[in-house]
Write a protein that binds this ligand. Structure first.
Ligand code: 5GP
Ligand code: ZN
Length: 114
């Protein structure tokens, strides 16, 4: 989608700090980090606007995002743990309607989820 920020990042039209990529997945540093390590893991294709758009036909990409997270956790030695979050819709604070997961780590994270 030409007007989608993360599609444009995935296409290399907008620069980002890439930490991992393969054919289907891109992971890069969030521009406004909320933890010492704050990565965004996205499908390169616009698989869905968010979690609510996941179905039988596209759910495999969610697994690929988590595979990338596990690789990154190993490479970055996140032995103390990490958190994966996805926001869906305005009440959850979603600002970019392209399916993505936040990987947060590098400090003790609050136990409060909401
Ligand atoms: P959401 O609010 O949709 O869950 O997450 C979107 C995330 O994208 C936010 O944490 C925001 O800081 C990040 N973001 C927005 N624009 C850019 C950008 O141009 N580059 C990068 N690297 N991150 C961005
Ligand atoms: Zn997109």
């Amino acid at each position: 989608m030409s007007d989608c920020l993360f599609c444009n990042i995935a296409a290399g039209k907008i620069p980002c700090d890439i930490v991992y990529q393969d054919e289907e997945i891109l992971a890069f540093r969030d521009i406004q980090p909320q933890a010492p390590i704050h990565l965004l893991i996205i499908p390169k294709a616009h698989a869905a606007d968010g979690a609510a758009g996941i179905n039988e036909g596209n759910s495999a990409i969610v697994g690929k995002c988590f595979e990338a997270a596990a690789k990154l956790a190993s490479e970055l030695e996140l032995k103390e743990g990490f958190r994966m979050v996805t926001n869906n819709g305005p009440a959850a604070g979603q600002s970019v309607p392209h399916l993505h997961f936040h990987l947060l780590a590098g400090k003790p994270l609050t136990l409060q989820m909401a």
